[in-house]
Design a protein around this ligand. Structure first.
Ligand code: ZN
Length: 398
């Protein structure tokens, strides 16, 4: 597709220039993007597109390489929107229960959704089996490599920061392989390095269910994320091992005690790839002011989710949220911990997103609305890609 452009990359000048000179050149190129808001690459904290494509009953058999009206994200729509890449998650669905469905419509299993006096709680999902998670994850990774091959250079799985900067520069869609929950990793961590070699560069310790490493938060409103115990011993070992390999740890979906365990143990910036502000929407998935402060203090970042339920002030499972609701969360976090620590974490193809956004092609509308709210070029560059690049540069080993 864009094979020629991709081949004309800066591989050659990288070999003949001293590293610092090379970096200066890159920085200069990155600044170019900022001259026009419509020309800014958008790097995003979270999508579930790989799993949606892999499971025909979710993805409807669409191809990532062809434009579709289904789902939120494919290559043609990404190009149109300036979506330059992001964290592509592998989430292992519970084999027997459709939890995602139970959140967005009348639950097919009403016993999962409990209405409370002023809100609701979705029962915490059961743990899943390692063998099942391992097999499912490997199958989705295989499908990703097949997609990379079929894209003929238009898509690339990232293994280091230079590749990421090159891809954003050259209009190659940058895929960071992320696991949303560590169920496919054995508690002795024997297979962690193998996954690293395959391309794993970001790991959410839990989804919203318990596993061998920690406890995820149930979906609950209004409620504190302080539900359940902290990391297990295996979870603490996992944090150390990820620090050593340079795998980014993602704290979205982890409960609060687990969050503080990571904050204590990890020597990398703290990151939540797709969460919002608990002070505005008191949902368990959102971050308290103390958690936000800790992320800011560690020079980390929050990818603000576009998930309607996490943005609506009432945490409602029905109805819509507006771009204004989304910007309110972005602005709150920027005011609280600084613009250097906020980014996007859309949850495309994994959640109900605002109708005003529609799909990935709504991103320019979001940028326009942010600009109207007073976010200038420098702030938009940070939000759209610079903060993510900084955090990955500080976290990855190369
Ligand atoms: Zn999620």
């Amino acid at each position: 597709m864009q094979r020629q452009e991709w081949k004309l990359g800066s591989r050659r000048d990288k070999q003949c220039c001293p590293k610092t000179l090379d970096k200066m050149k890159r920085r200069k190129r990155m600044q170019f993007w900022g001259e026009d808001v419509n020309n800014m690459p958008i790097f995003d904290g979270h999508n579930d597109t790989l799993v949606k494509l892999y499971l025909p009953e979710r993805g409807g058999g669409r191809s990532f390489l062809e434009r579709s009206e289904k789902g939120h994200l494919d290559l043609p729509r990404a190009r149109e929107a300036g979506f330059a890449g992001g964290f592509f998650a592998i989430f292992v669905p519970s084999p027997t229960v459709d939890y995602a469905a139970s959140l967005t419509r009348v639950s097919p299993k009403p016993d999962l959704l409990i209405r409370t006096e002023n809100g609701y709680e979705v029962k915490l999902a059961d743990p899943i089996d390692f063998d099942y998670a391992y097999e499912f994850t490997n199958e989705v990774i295989t499908s990703l490599f097949r997609l990379e091959e079929a894209a003929e250079g238009a898509i690339k799985v990232m293994r280091n920061i230079e590749e990421l900067v090159d891809c954003l520069d050259q209009n190659v869609l940058a895929v960071v392989l992320h696991f949303e929950g560590a169920e496919a990793i054995d508690p002795q961590l024997h297979n962690l390095e193998a996954f690293y070699q395959l391309g794993l560069r970001s790991l959410g310790i839990t989804w919203s269910r318990p596993n061998a490493f920690g406890w995820g938060v149930p979906f609950k409103y209004p409620a504190s994320p302080d539900i359940g115990p902290g990391l297990t011993e295996a979870g603490k070992e996992l944090v150390r091992a990820c620090n050593e390999l340079g795998i980014m740890l993602d704290l979205s979906h982890l409960n609060e005690r687990g969050f503080w365990d990571v904050a204590k143990l990890s020597d990398a910036p703290l990151v939540a790839t797709h969460s919002a502000a608990h002070a505005l929407t008191a949902r368990t998935r959102n971050l308290t002011d103390e958690q936000l402060e800790a992320i800011g203090d560690s020079n980390g970042v929050v990818g603000v989710t576009f998930t309607v339920h996490d943005l609506r002030p009432d945490g409602g499972l029905e109805g819509d949220a507006s771009l204004t609701d989304l910007i309110r969360h972005i602005d709150y976090i920027a005011q609280r911990i600084g613009i250097d620590h906020v980014a996007f974490g859309s949850d495309f193809d994994g959640a109900t997103i605002p109708k005003e956004m529609g799909d990935v092609t709504g991103l320019p509308r979001l940028l326009g609305a942010l600009r109207e709210q007073g976010f200038d070029d420098a702030a938009l560059r940070k939000l759209t890609h610079e903060n993510w690049i900084r955090v990955l540069r500080d976290t990855w080993n190369d």
